[in-house]
Every structure is written in C-alpha cells, then in structure tokens.
Design a protein around this ligand. Structure first.
Ligand code: ZN
Length: 353
C-alpha cells in the first residue's frame, strides 16, 4: 500500500462522526438545525465536510461515494448494494475548496487540470484504515468525483497469517491448486470463517495472476476486492443466495464463493457446482468437519454425492495466542497470562477421489 496518503483528523471529529451515524437522506428537510450545523461546520473547514462524507460512506456500508456538480448544487451520492442514491446536496460555492482538499488528500495536483485523475487516500477510522481510490473526471458541468471504498483491507489476512500449521496449510493449498470441487469452511459464529474464505480466494487470485473469474455471493460483502465479482444478497429484490448462485453459474465462473449455506436449494446447487468442474467455497455453521458433511446431507444431498463433490472440509475455532514476548511464561506485556490475542486453530478433512 505505497501510495495511500494518511489524512489528518480535525478536533471536532467525534461530533462529525456522530452526526454522520445518525444521518438519513431526508434529514436535511426534516431537521433544519442539522442543516445549519452542516453549513457552519463546512464553512469552518471544508475538510470537515469531507470527513462527514467518508463517515457517511462507512456507516452506510457504501461501496462508492460520488460528488456530482449540477447547476448551483453539488450532489453527494452513495452506492449501496449496487444502487446509487443521493444523500444530500450542497451549494456549488463549496465545491472548489472541497475538491482542493480531496485532491490534496489523494496526492493529486490541486489545480483544475481538465484531464481525468486517479489518486488514493487512506481514511483513518478508529483503529482501522479505510482505503479509498479517488477518480476525478472532467464533465461539461465540472469535475465529477467517484471514490471507491476498498474497505478495511488491512484486516484481511493471508493464508500464512491465519495460524494454520504448515502441514495443514500445505495440504489445504494442494487441494485448492486442483481448482475443482467443493471446499467447506465451518465453525461457530465469529470463528473467523470469512477471514479464511478471503485468504483462500486471495491466495487463488495470486496463483492465477488474475486469469480466473472469481465470483461471490455474500451477505453482506465484507471486503471489496476489485479483482473479484462480488454480489450481495438482497431479499427485497429476490436476490437470495440460491438466486445469486444460479446467476453466477451462468457467468462462466472458475471459482465461486457462497457466503453461507442456509437452505437446501443453495446447498444442492453448490454441491452440483462442485461436481461440474468448479471450485466452490461455502461456509457452514457446524461444530466439526464430520458435522459439516452431515449438515449437507440434512439439506438433501446424498452421502455419495457429498463425498464426490466435497474435496475438503476445514473446521476452525479461535484460540488464545501465546505471548510473543515471553512465550507463555507470563510477563508485563501480556498481563502475566502468557497469552496475547487470538489465532485460528484448524482441522482439515480431505476427501480424496
Ligand atoms: Zn508475555
């Protein structure tokens, strides 16, 4: 992450964050006090307004943040679950100074260049960092901005960082290398299944040097990886796991990830995909490798189909990590517990053909 510039935070940050958390698109009309606050805060320092917009993007789980000038207004839009929606608009007079700050944050020349620009910035959010790709495009109405929120990519771990024993990891990557069959990642809620899923997909991405169609259906998309084709479950428009998976299968995929298998239809389709030459990952709530296989049978897959389709079941739990300073002896760094943080503990069940 070389070219991400870290930006400075204003003193009034917590108030800006709180206001952004409580914001909804009808807020401006319903709450004149809020409108006054936004105006005062912005005129005070346009960096505040930018902070507000990025907080808004975080809280709304938006994938993109747009600034679009039109007439005497600038529209602030967020893309959520694929839909672009205006959240508020402000006076065009504020645009130029705001743009100047955004360009500065993104390491871009501050003058109006008339050519498309691409930059990056890093927005600090609590102890995390939000990575953002900024694109500025000259339109006839002015410079339009689109910021792609790359999410907290620093939270993503590689396969090497999961805490897997070397023998397990080697065996696991050997199975992934075959690029076919069904891989089930299981464990209880909060055991880090999604982290393992992303680590596996990123490993495959690296191996394939982008020459693979990696498609996912998730609820929600937790990390945006531009090289993947990620879709989010949206029950309001009938986009369920099974519907999403059915569509993905028509998109010529190599590698598929189904965020979670919760119903028979999805389970059977995933098993089928595993049988027909795809590499398909799913996560399952199960308390062990054998139990995961039983779960698939409870969803209606026969035991012979399951054993043909499934190539690996990876069970994981989080366990305390030995203190790196004292190696379990107990010291001031670990509060004399001998432990510091958590790590994954894995059990791999490989099903050979
Ligand atoms: Zn220690």
């Amino acid at each position: 992450m070389d070219s991400f510039k870290k930006i400075e935070q204003p003193d009034s940050l917590s108030l800006i964050e709180e206001k952004a958390l409580k914001f909804s698109p009808d807020k401006m009309e319903k709450d004149p006090e809020f409108k006054d606050w936004l105006e005062k805060m912005s005129l005070d320092d346009f960096g505040n307004l930018l902070h507000f917009c990025f907080f808004l993007a975080v809280f709304q789980r938006a994938s993109d943040l747009h600034f679009k000038p039109y007439g005497n207004k600038v529209s602030v839009l967020l893309r959520k679950q694929g839909e672009l929606q205006e959240f508020f608009s402000y006076d065009i007079e504020w645009y130029e100074p705001l743009l100047r700050i955004l360009k500065n944050w993104s390491n871009l020349p501050s003058y109006k260049s008339g050519i498309p620009l691409e930059g990056r910035l890093c927005f600090p959010f609590h102890s995390k960092e939000l990575f953002v790709r900024t694109s500025i495009f000259p339109t006839v109405l002015g410079e339009k901005v689109a910021c792609r929120i790359l999410n907290f990519r620093e939270n993503l771990l590689s396969l090497d960082e999961l805490g897997m024993e070397d023998s397990t990891k080697n065996f696991y990557t050997e199975i992934l290398r075959k690029k076919k069959g069904m891989v089930v990642i299981c464990g209880s809620a909060g055991s880090g299944k999604t982290t393992t899923l992303y680590a596996s997909l990123l490993w495959l991405l690296q191996q394939s040097r982008l020459r693979q169609n990696i498609s996912t259906i998730e609820d929600p998309v937790e990390f945006i990886i531009e090289e993947f084709n990620q879709t989010e479950v949206n029950p309001f428009i009938g986009l369920t796991f099974s519907q999403g998976l059915r569509s993905i299968l028509r998109q010529d995929p190599n590698i598929i990830a189904v965020g979670e298998v919760r119903d028979s239809e999805t389970a059977l389709m995933a098993v089928e995909a595993g049988l027909t030459g795809h590499l398909i990952f799913t996560t399952l709530h199960a308390q062990g490798t054998k139990q995961a296989l039983t779960r698939l049978q409870e969803f209606g897959a026969s035991s012979s189909t399951v054993s043909m389709a499934v190539t690996a079941v990876l069970y994981q739990e989080l366990v305390p990590k030995p203190c790196p300073e004292c190696k379990k002896e107990g010291c001031s760094f670990c509060g004399f517990t001998g432990q510091k943080g958590l790590t994954g503990k894995f059990e791999l069940l490989a099903l050979q053909d």
